[in-house]
Design a protein around this ligand. Structure first.
Ligand code: TRP
Ligand code: SF4
Length: 329
């Protein structure tokens, strides 16, 4: 059997603390699926975390490990994909430097996320060279693996646009070294937090990827339902109910029945929550099992990161040989 070379995918996440169910459904679940079809490189981008978190770096090593465990528990498979720590692949820093030579400052200043973030993070001093260069560092991440596709959320499209422009400019000067990377939008299953707002750790309304069966039940019990329902027989409005949104993601087949029972007032919210908790617990069980394995075998996590980073480094080093050759340095 002939195996065709698979197209390459590269993506990354900043290690800024524990992931939640929204991160899983918004990104990780996609990545897990892509592993069969593509040659995948996934990076824990600790240098990117420094661009906004350079003042206090005390938790970063722990955050990297935690992210690795979250990824492993979600089903990223080190035998099928390469996942690694950005700062262990020094070639990325070299490429970032060389790309900086051909990148006009104005291109970085006009990336929409740049001005947005400066405003949003007004309490932090991110008027730094490193923060301005964030999307260029991301370009180096992607280009060094000659990635064809980059699975990301919509918010990352401006960064991908910059990456293509920079790569194009590099290729024009020195010859065609890099493919132009395309964004591949994650299929997102929209999931609110338990209070109905966007799920976010900073709102305290998330369900952690590491939540135990008990904790899952506790979070479901706290979910906001239709406030108009007082007695079980009151007709409900599933469209305003957080429990219903979760059923949409985790009980898709039963959804029409759930909606009908809710509207007819034949199911109570307590029962409906109990059903959801069961669904969620079942969906999360395989993740918990994998997590348990890595918590019991912490050495395996270090091995996975060491081997992945080594493999990533070999690929990156080969690209850098080509880059130096093309630039005649
Ligand atoms: N900027 C990305 C985010 O915040 C993270 C990231 C860094 C990334 N390097 C990358 C994503 C390379 C894709 C490819 O989500
Ligand atoms: Fe929400 Fe279910 Fe209660 Fe209807 S029955 S309001 S869907 S929890």
């Amino acid at each position: 059997m002939v195996t065709l070379p698979r197209a390459r995918i590269m993506s990354g996440m900043r290690p800024t603390g524990r992931l939640h169910l929204g991160n899983y459904l918004g990104a990780l679940e996609n990545w897990v699926r892509l592993q069969d079809e593509y040659e995948c490189f996934f990076s824990i981008v600790d240098w990117h975390a420094l661009t906004t978190g350079y003042e206090d770096t005390s938790a970063i090593r722990e955050d990297i490990r935690e992210m690795a465990v979250d990824w492993l528990s979600a089903g990223l498979d080190p035998d099928r994909s390469t996942f690694y720590v950005q700062s262990r692949v020094k070639e990325v820093a070299e490429l970032h430097l060389l790309l900086s030579m051909v990148t006009p400052v104005s291109w970085l200043e006009r990336v929409p996320t740049y001005k947005d973030q400066l405003q949003q993070l007004a309490g932090k001093d991110i008027n730094t060279y490193g923060f301005l260069g964030y999307p260029l560092l991301q370009t180096a991440d992607i280009a060094i693996f000659k990635a064809d596709f980059v699975p990301v959320g919509e918010d990352q499209l401006p960064h991908l646009e910059l990456a293509r422009e920079v790569v194009r400019r590099f290729n024009n000067f020195y010859g065609p070294v890099f493919p132009e990377p395309q964004a591949q939008l994650n299929q997102v299953t929209m999931l609110p937090g338990i209070d109905g707002r966007k799920m976010s750790k900073s709102y305290g309304n998330d369900i952690g990827l590491a939540a135990t069966a008990e904790e899952i039940k506790g979070r479901v019990d706290l979910m906001i339902t239709d406030p108009a329902r007082i007695r079980k027989s009151d007709p409900g409005h599933p469209e305003v109910c957080t429990v219903h949104s979760f059923h949409g993601a985790f009980s898709r087949e039963e959804l029409p029945q759930i909606e009908a029972d809710c509207r007819a007032g034949t199911i109570g919210c307590v029962q409906c929550k109990r059903n959801l908790a069961g669904r969620l617990q079942a969906a999360m069980a395989p993740l918990q099992e994998r997590r348990r394995f890595y918590l019991e075998n912490p050495g395996r996590v270090d091995e996975v990161l060491a081997a992945g980073s080594e493999k990533a480094r070999r690929v990156a080093a080969a690209t850098m040989n080509e880059v130096r050759e093309a630039m005649k340095i």
